[in-house]
Design a protein around this ligand. Structure first.
Ligand code: NAG
Ligand code: NAG
Ligand code: NAG
Ligand code: NAG
Length: 303
């Protein structure tokens, strides 16, 4: 009796001590293609809703800030998401900020901190470029198509898919539930012959455009760094393109991915220096604009 009580209280102590129930995640902004006054950078609101749906709050990460500002922000947030988009992954404000946070994350994780990074589509491509130190992408015919995931054997003990229900895994591998909107990809042949990428990332799924087999989901072996070439956020939150899947399994995919990544962000206790600083930084200070009739996003936050 005494021992089992002790065991139970130790368990609950450990789980509550190790979990942050108020995670705040940074979402990287990027340059607007044709900037206007007060609209020089943006975030598609679906990335914000994606994270909010799993219990996180969001802070926009502005481009063109100083290293000092980024360091302070890094110590204030619990993870970062690099969204899809159309800017350069070699020279842009998006690339410079992504590189800075990537390096801060690697350094922090080496120290025993746990700071997760997620890249979607362009964000995935950005991660591949940062981890390999070069441009490794190949042109593919994948702009606007939903595909089933071709899981590798590595998926069995993956972190991302560990808590996905068996039926959802079956649906993901047989139905077109993952939306692809990209013209560039990491070919599996490139991955197989690139020492840096092979050592750093485990491939969890691939896809093909009919000619080129490309990497579609990765997780880093030794870091909480994750990437999907496909868009988990669109299934539940974007409607303006006919190829976005909205079936129950497709929508569950959005939530299971969000739940996974927000869970990763619950594993550190970075926080803003004060409640006032936190309030000033949150995305709630900005209003999304309805853009569904003119763009591929229903709503956009402009900065
Ligand atoms: C830009 O934003 C500032 C501050 O919010 C505002 O005072 C100004 O009127 C805005 N300019 C335009 C052109 O919307
Ligand atoms: C970022 O800086 C570049 C030049 O370095 C500039 O062209 C761009 O307009 C800036 N964008 C924002 C949103 O600050
Ligand atoms: C690209 O893929 C689409 C199907 O997603 C196909 O209809 C089209 O013919 C392909 N184009 C080329 C140039 O292969
Ligand atoms: C699925 O991936 C395997 C390797 O993991 C590859 O041999 C096979 O061709 C792929 N199939 C499709 C349909 O992409």
């Amino acid at each position: 009796m005494f021992f089992s009580l002790l065991f139970v209280s130790l368990l609950s102590f450990c789980s509550s001590a190790a979990r942050n129930d108020e995670p705040i995640i940074g979402v990287l902004t990027q340059e607007v293609f044709s900037p206007k006054p007060n609209q020089s950078a943006y975030i598609a609101a679906s990335y914000v809703k994606f994270l909010e749906s799993a219990g996180a709050r969001v802070v926009p990460v502005m481009i063109n800030q100083t290293l000092e500002k980024y360091k302070t922000l890094f110590n204030s947030i619990n993870g970062i998401l690099y969204p899809g988009g159309g800017v350069s992954i070699i020279s842009s404000g998006y690339q410079r900020a992504a590189k800075t946070f990537y390096e801060l994350a690697i350094e922090a994780n080496k120290r025993g901190d746990y700071f997760p990074v997620w890249g979607t589509c362009l964000g995935f491509e950005q991660l591949m470029s940062l981890s390999s130190g070069k441009n490794v992408l190949v042109h593919t015919n994948t702009s606007g198509v939903a595909l089933p995931l071709n899981f590798t054997t590595g998926v069995k003990d993956s972190r991302i898919f560990k808590t996905f229900p068996t039926e959802l895994m079956a649906a993901l591998s047989s139905e077109p539930l993952t939306e692809n909107s990209h013209q560039w990809s990491l070919g599996i042949d490139t991955y197989n012959t690139n020492e840096e990428l092979r050592k750093f990332y485990k491939v969890l799924s691939t896809n093909t455009d009919g000619n080129t087999e490309f990497v579609s989901t990765v997780e880093a072996y030794d870091y909480p760094i994750y990437g999907t070439q496909w868009h988990p956020e669109k299934n539940a939150f974007e409607w303006s393109r006919s190829y976005i899947p909205h079936s129950p399994a497709a929508v569950k995919t959005t939530f299971y991915v969000a739940e996974f990544f927000v869970g990763e962000a619950r594993r550190n206790f970075h926080r803003f220096e004060s409640k006032e600083e936190e309030n000033k930084a949150l995305i709630y200070n900005y209003n999304p604009v309805y853009t569904g009739t003119t763009s591929s996003f229903e709503q956009i936050y402009y900065f």
